[in-house]
Design a protein around this ligand. Structure first.
Ligand code: UFG
Length: 327
């Protein structure tokens, strides 16, 4: 297939581009390089442009006749979204509409969308199914929910069919350490724990130790980036076979506490880095674990990297390389 990958120079997008290239697909990457990197692209042709630039989008989609679009390009920092909501609504929602609009106009009828567990807000029942009410508690989650809604409405009125994947906590890196998380301002637990182990940070804070969980810290469903990429491939195959629009959770269905992640990070790195208990972080649900039976049942998703040690080891190998190369 000929596939457009927006945000393909970023963390998850670059893993997608790698796999599509390896499988022989023709890939065009659309990225403004605001957080992505040209040298994270192992395949494909890069168009450096912003999704706000409707004219560039229009010409590209008119000329290239893509079979499918995979849309990663978005901002992802929850706290920042609270401070600057318009930045999130503009890029994650309004710019997504530009892309969807161009797809409809130029006949791209297969669309894969990167959504998030943040659309659920603070769900009461665990694990979370796709039927759980969407009650996002921050502009980031709301911007993704609104794009999902727009996709739903457009797919009912036009020929576009989509798969929206609601990611849980994505981590890990390419096992051959060619690519990985490069964002300097990363806020995610595993990346920060590893950067503390490397000595790039003084100490790791544990945000909240008084939650009603087994050890008082928050529980999350960590999924290896390559199992997530497999879910995208299955979504593409499903749409190519004529499947209708569908939404799927992407997580393993089991959770680890912050303390468990810290302990595993110390084991994998062999470094007893400093850790300090801290106050709760605003907006953190105590537990967030996916019910992934829908994607397993309907797409036949069989994740093969459901192993916290493997997730952290691949991320660690990448972090060491990133540091060596001064990336
Ligand atoms: N945490 C720490 N210390 C840190 C960083 C994180 O204790 O330095 C804790 C957080 O408080 C949370 C857990 O580790 O309990 C995981 O936090 P992350 O920041 O790694 O990930 P989130 O669970 O906040 O984020 C994920 C997705 C978002 C999504 C959000 C919905 O990455 O896209 O879930 O809650 F919005």
């Amino acid at each position: 297939m000929k596939i457009l990958v927006t945000g393909g120079a970023g963390y998850i997008g670059s893993h997608m581009v790698r796999t599509l290239g390896e499988k022989g697909h023709e890939v065009v990457i659309y990225d403004n390089l605001s957080s992505g990197h040209r040298d994270s692209l192992l395949y494909g042709r890069l168009v450096v442009s912003d999704l706000a630039d409707r004219e560039t989008l229009r010409i590209l989609l008119q000329e290239e006749r893509f079979d499918a679009v995979i849309h990663f390009a978005a901002f992802i920092a929850v706290e920042e979204s609270v401070k600057d909501p318009l930045k999130y609504y503009r890029n994650n929602f309004s710019n997504a509409l530009n892309l969807i609009d161009a797809c409809v106009k130029y006949g791209v009828n297969k669309f894969i969308f990167s959504s998030t567990a943040a659309v659920y807000g603070m769900p009461e029942k665990m694990p979370v199914t796709e039927e759980t009410s969407l009650l996002p508690i921050n502009p980031y989650g709301a911007s993704k929910m609104m794009t999902e809604r727009a996709l739903r409405d457009v797919s009912e009125s036009a020929g576009l069919r989509y798969v929206a994947l609601r990611y849980f906590n994505v981590a890990g890196a390419d096992p051959m350490t060619r690519i990985g998380q490069r964002y300097r301002e990363a806020t995610h637990l595993i990346t920060l724990a590893l950067r503390t182990a490397l000595g790039e940070r003084k100490s790791l804070s544990v945000f909240g130790t008084d939650y009603a969980t087994s050890d008082g810290t928050c529980i999350r469903d960590y999924i290896h980036v390559d199992d997530l990429i497999d879910a995208h491939l299955l979504g593409l195959d499903y749409l190519a076979a004529g499947g209708g629009s569908r939404i799927f959770n992407c997580g393993y269905g089991r959770g680890y506490s912050v303390r468990e992640v810290v302990a595993m990070t110390k084991k994998v790195t062999g470094i007893d880095f400093p850790v300090a208990d801290a106050d709760r972080r605003a907006g953190d649900p105590p537990v967030l674990v996916a019910d992934s039976s829908r994607i397993r049942g309907e797409l036949g998703w069989r994740p093969s990297r459901d192993d916290l040690e493997f997730i952290i080891r691949t991320a660690w190998d990448w972090e060491k390389k990133r540091r060596e190369l001064h990336l």
